[in-house]
Write a protein that binds this ligand. Structure first.
Ligand SMILES: NC(=O)c1ccc[n+]([C@@H]2O[C@H](COP(=O)([O-])OP(=O)(O)OC[C@H]3O[C@@H](n4cnc5c(N)ncnc54)[C@H](OP(=O)(O)O)[C@@H]3O)[C@@H](O)[C@H]2O)c1
Length: 337
């Protein structure tokens, strides 16, 4: 049996994204088969399209890390989902297809107030943000934080989680004044447009009376290494989950002294290559702690723009041009209201 899917003709630019057919996935034990209604884009999709981020062994070669849809084949062991249930969740790959398999313990029941578009915008960004904030940074109410790429899918989730969890100060770096205003509306207390002010350290020193922030959440990498270390307070924790500016620190003044002097902790992680049990635990903790807050409106999936599957090239182009504030979402092959 085959299905329609967005495929990569060969690694490279957006012209290599084509609509074709692929084998319909067959769910294994502990998996459900979902007819995809909507999926969301991630920076990782762009890297995978270019051949720079292969899926972990065993995961689908088809692009796409998150989707929402309807269960068409239930799991024979895990009875939580039945045919016809609306679900959304995180997958190791395959969300750009007409159908997609997902481990039952990594899927969420879709609350009735969410649309397919908004639900597909949650899993990767919010679980990445949650992983950074809690298992990795051990964030405490009263902490002050610095979030880089703050208007990204992950950044917009992190701002909201920091706010509901009691961050006192939320600094965010962004690349335009429009994005600066946008993150302030979401809950950032101080926005820094790095295109007009490269020195976020001065802003942090000024506002915190040189104490620094408890946590830095970094997605930019090399170019911010020095300022990040200097921005942290005593016993500060920095989480690195991306390196949009590169991973090789070329700054010859790079200095590790603050790590010792301020007893800093630096951790990094990806979500995609974590094992199923880890991801299932993250999904379960996130659901208990935060899913209700989406219903009450305290947390909001931030959907910037919705494209049709036939506009996938334009959607990748939009993301790569850094135009999005929040998530770029695609109506899948089987989209319906
Ligand atoms: N480790 C993990 O498990 C994991 C999981 C998901 C995502 N991530 C990482 O999280 C980050 C955000 O992902 P996303 O999908 O949410 O991103 P996104 O929505 O595509 O947004 C990325 C934003 O980063 C900013 N940016 C791009 N290049 C930059 C540079 N050289 N210097 C400074 N800022 C730059 C741009 O905004 P401006 O206009 O503000 O510059 C861009 O819009 C990425 O680094 C991604 O790889 C990590």
């Amino acid at each position: 049996m085959s299905m329609r899917s967005i495929l990569i003709k060969q690694f490279g630019g957006i012209e290599n994204l084509i609509i074709g057919s692929a084998p319909k996935p067959i769910p294994k034990n502990n998996e459900i088969l979902v007819q995809v209604k909507s999926f969301a884009l991630n920076r990782a999709d762009v890297l995978q399209r270019m051949g720079r981020y292969p899926p972990p062994p065993g995961d689908s070669e088809i692009l796409g890390l998150e989707m929402s849809g309807v269960v068409v084949e239930a799991d024979k062991q895990d009875k939580r989902f039945k045919i016809g249930d609306k679900v959304f969740g995180l997958v190791g790959g395959g969300a750009y297809g007409e159908f997609c398999t997902i481990a039952s313990n990594q899927a969420f029941h879709m609350p009735s107030h969410l649309t397919f578009e908004s639900a597909s915008a949650i899993p990767e960004a919010w679980l990445t943000a949650f992983q950074a904030l809690h298992p990795l940074a051990n964030f405490k109410s009263g902490n002050s934080v610095l979030i880089h790429a703050a208007a990204s899918g992950v950044g917009t989730a992190l701002i909201q989680l920091c706010k509901v969890d009691g961050a006192t100060k939320i600094f965010g770096t962004v690349g335009s004044d429009e994005k600066a205003k946008f993150i302030e509306k979401l809950g950032a207390t101080h926005s820094i447009n790095y295109k007009t002010n490269e020195n976020f350290l001065d802003v942090i020193n000024d506002i915190t009376s040189k104490k620094g922030v408890n946590n830095v959440f970094d997605y930019v990498g090399a170019k911010y290494w020095n300022q990040n270390l200097k921005s942290l307070s005593m016993d500060g924790v920095m989480i690195i989950q991306g390196f949009l500016s590169g991973s090789h620190i070329k700054d010859t003044t790079a200095d590790i002294t603050p790590i010792l002097g301020k007893r800093l902790t630096i951790k990094g992680s990806t979500l995609r290559n974590r094992d199923n049990d880890y991801k299932a635990d993250l999904v379960s903790q996130f659901s208990k702690r935060y899913l209700g807050l989406f219903e009450s409106g305290e947390l909001k999936p931030v959907v910037d723009k919705v494209f049709n599957y036939s506009e996938i090239k334009e959607a990748h182009e939009y993301l790569e041009a850094n135009k999005n504030m929040g998530k770029v979402v695609i109506k899948g092959f089987s989209y319906s209201e």
